[in-house]
Each structure stands twice: as C-alpha cells, then as structure tokens.
Design a protein around this ligand. Structure first.
Ligand SMILES: *Cc1c(COP(=O)(O)O)cnc(C)c1O
Length: 459
C-alpha cells in the first residue's frame, strides 16, 4: 500500500491546542439569544446563574471573544486521552475502490467512548472552581452521563444523572460504569421530581425522552443548594469546548499540508459537528477558504432537514429557557424502534444559525443504511463505531463512492465520535434483521410543530 501520510497522524503532546475557538466571534449573524419563557426577554447572567455555573454562563453569552484559554487543569486532563488521532482510512478507501482520500478524527479513545469528555471535564472544572457540591444532568444513550461521571470523579464532585428509562433498561452496563465513577443514576421519568411525577401520571407507560430527563435534572439542580445543571450538547459553551476536535484536526492536516474538501459529521444536538468544523467554518466565514460541510442526522429525528427554525423549549417539561433552533417540537419523541441515537428534538443555536445562513448542508439517513455502513467500516478499519458516529460514516462512504464514479480525488474528513460497545442491542437488531426504518409522516411533524410556543416577534 502506497502511503503518503501515516495511517495515524498524532500531534505531539505540546501541539495540543491550549485555547478553545469561539466560532461565534466570526459569525456576522450571531446565534439567537436564549429567552426567558416567562417574559420572552433574552436571558442575562443573573437569570442563568441559578441554573448553570457562572463561568460557563459567561462563555455561553460571549459572542465576541475569539479564543478562550484552556485552564491548565483541563489541559492536563486532556493529556490523559488526547491528542485524538486523525486516521487515514486507507483500508476503507481500498475496500471501496475510491480515489477519494478519507480521514477520520477518532474521539472514542476514552472510557466514556465519545467526544463528550472534552466538555464534561471543562464543566466539572468550573463547577469545582465555583465551590459547588455537585452537578445534575440527563443522559440518553449514556455517553454524556459516563463522561460527566468521570469528570466529577476527577474533581471530587457529586454527580446525579437522570437516564432516559428505555436506555437505562437497555444499557445496564453503561449505568454500572457511571456508578463505578461514583455517580447516582436514576431512570427518567422518575418519582423523585415534580415534573417526573406529572409526566408519569399523564403517561404511565412512557419509556422516557431526553427532553423529559432534562426537566428532571434541572428541577433537582435548582431545588438543591450547591448544585447546578450541566448539559452535554446544544449549548454555545459545549460547542466552544468541543472546538478542540476541529483545532486538533486542522493542526494534523496542516502538519502534512493536506487541505480538506469535504467535512462530514453526525448531528444530534450539534456539539461534535460544531466542534469539528469550528476552525474550518471560521476560515469560511472570514472568506479565507471554502469547504463543503455536511451534517448527518437520522431520518427518524430530522431536525435540520424537516424541522422549523423557531424558538422552542429544550425540554419536554417546558421549564428550560427557549432556544431558537431547528426543532421538531419539544414534545417530539422519535419512534421506539429508532436505535441509532441522535434523538434530541432540537439543534444547537450556533449550528442552526449557520445552517439558516446556508453555510453547510444537511442529510437525513435511515438507520439500516447507517448500520450497513457501520458494519462495513468495522470490518475494514477495526473500530466498532457508535451508531451516532456511523451516520457520518454512511455519508462519507456515499461521497467516496461518488468520487469513484467521477474519478475525483476529493479529501474527505469525517468525525468518528465514539465506539459502540454499549450499543450492541442496536447491533443485535441489525444483525438479526429485526431493525426497521421508521420515518415520521409530514402530518405527525406538523402536529408537533403546530404546538411550538408563541414568542412575541416570531411568526
Ligand atoms: C452524544 C453523541 C453524539 C451526538 O451529539 P452531538 O452533540 O450532536 O455531537 C454523537 N456521537 C456520539 C458517540 C455521542 O456520544
């Protein structure tokens, strides 16, 4: 095999970025502010401080500072599992017979099995620095809860995780990893909160949703002194922390003089994609370079491709701030046979504004096609990918096959956000051919979108 670049491009430890990059600083149209659902007014630091950590709120509201120094304690923690390798997918290229050059940034080399640890450690650090006792959060597939448990163990903080009930039951081993790191894990909806009791009384058989778990975690944070709520995606601060993915990717490409043509990432709440593309999007926004960027989402939860760009609640219980985002409605829950993750009804406000401005495209893919790509990738590249990550693999393969037809030698970079060891129930469905593709009808989506909250000034 002719190798122009190594199979894995590793940065040296001293080349790991020491600042996060805030893409908002380069956006002409800034993301819409979070609104107070009671007053319809933009949230201020004073509104946010009782719910989230103060330093993180400053990051949340800062649309102008281009770079934030990464505190030394966080840099040290990053060294435990970073730099993440940028891998040239020589074996996949060969299997596809494509002239395209495919690279993937692998974020699965830590116990949480995903990129979520990049933001979890930052959020735990600021909570500890503020002198808090602990943090609360929700977790769906479980990666975020695991990452936060690891980060809280490191800084000796209490960690209360509300885990979507169907996931809690399907993935008992994820729960045990969290408990091993000292977290307290409760299936949601639960009887431990007012909002959980209300949801259970109205829907006794519900298997839960992310939106519902968020409502419970927020309630526990605001009613317990010394606790704050932390969120693993969607928020501006999370995208800021995840910029480490893109900064490392760009540094690794630059090291070998490689220019990406196309950058592909999966999109749930938009944090890994936002992080991966951050420095590239910055160049695009400043008119210095151009890239084709593709967000990939599940056809069963298609926020970008079939949602509406509007203010909506981030949670089912409708107690969280309103965010302007591509949304399917806060009451939307993907079909129960959807096993591929990326189940959140909305999308990061930063990514939503960039999408509304035509800065990238989005594609929705069906889960059986996603697991076909996952299997193909696992067999040649060796890594068992997370179902979420496999959405990006699907489109990377599709694009590489197009290059085979046209003979174009495009350079494709995609985000391989994590590993799938805890997703074997989903793999089992695929392998046993019981997996189906359920795509919501236009009527169903309209029904949820008709219930979007009325916000003054929004049609
Ligand atoms: C959480 C997660 C995602 C999706 O979340 P984003 O905020 O959209 O990045 C993707 N892949 C993995 C492995 C995850 O854990």
């Amino acid at each position: 095999m002719k190798q122009e670049v190594p199979y894995k491009i590793y940065l040296n430890e001293n080349e790991i970025p020491t600042q996060w990059y805030n893409v908002r600083a380069d956006m002409k149209n800034k993301p819409a502010p979070l609104l107070n659902p009671g007053t319809g007014k933009p949230l201020t630091l004073e509104d946010l401080n009782p719910i989230f950590c103060e330093e993180l709120n400053k990051q949340e509201l800062d649309n102008d500072t281009r770079f934030f120094d990464i505190p030394e304690e966080i840099q040290n923690f990053y060294k435990m599992y970073r730099p993440a390798p940028l891998v040239r997918a020589y074996f996949l290229e060969k299997a596809l017979g494509t002239p395209a050059k495919i690279y993937y940034k692998f974020e699965g080399n830590n116990t949480s099995g995903s990129h979520k640890l990049n933001s979890a450690i930052a959020q735990a650090y600021y909570a500890k620095k503020e002198g808090l006792k602990g943090v609360t959060t929700e977790t769906g597939a479980g990666q975020w809860g695991t990452a936060l448990s690891m980060a809280c163990a490191y800084f000796d903080l209490d960690c209360k995780v509300y885990m979507v009930k169907c996931s809690y039951e399907q993935k008992p081993f994820r729960r045990e990893v969290m408990r091993t790191y000292g977290a307290n894990v409760t299936p949601s909806p639960s009887l431990t909160t007012n909002v959980g009791r209300k949801i259970l009384s109205e829907h006794p058989d519900t298997t839960g949703s992310l939106g519902c778990a968020i409502s419970e975690a927020v309630e526990v944070a605001v009613t317990n002194p010394g606790y704050r709520y932390v969120l693993g995606s969607v928020l501006n601060q999370v995208l800021l922390h995840q910029s480490i993915i893109g900064l490392e990717t760009k540094a690794a490409l630059d090291k070998y003089g490689i220019k990406a043509d196309m950058i592909i990432g999966c999109a749930g709440g938009g944090s890994n994609l936002g992080g991966l593309i951050a420095p590239f999007m910055g160049e695009k926004l400043r008119g210095e370079a151009d890239y084709q960027i593709i967000a990939v989402e599940p056809a069963s939860c298609p926020s970008f491709t079939r949602g509406k760009y509007a203010y909506d609640f981030c949670d089912t219980g409708m107690i969280c701030p309103l965010a302007k985002m591509y949304t399917l409605g806060s009451q939307f829950i993907p079909s129960a046979n959807h096993a591929g993750g990326l189940r959140f009804h909305g999308m990061s406000p930063v990514m939503s504004q960039l999408y509304a401005d035509g800065m990238f495209e989005a594609r929705a893919v069906e889960q059986t096609a996603v697991f076909e790509a996952a299997t193909q990738f696992a067999r040649v590249e060796g890594i068992l990918p997370a179902p979420e990550s496999s959405h990006a693999i699907r489109v990377a393969i599709d694009e590489a096959l197009k290059c085979k037809e046209t003979g174009e030698e495009k350079t494709i970079v995609f985000g391989l956000t994590g590993t799938g060891y805890f997703d074997l129930y989903a793999y089992e469905q695929f392998n046993s051919k019981t997996m189906t593709d359920v795509i919501p009808s236009d009527e169903l989506i309209k029904e949820y979108l008709d219930k979007l909250p009325k916000v003054p000034g929004q049609e």
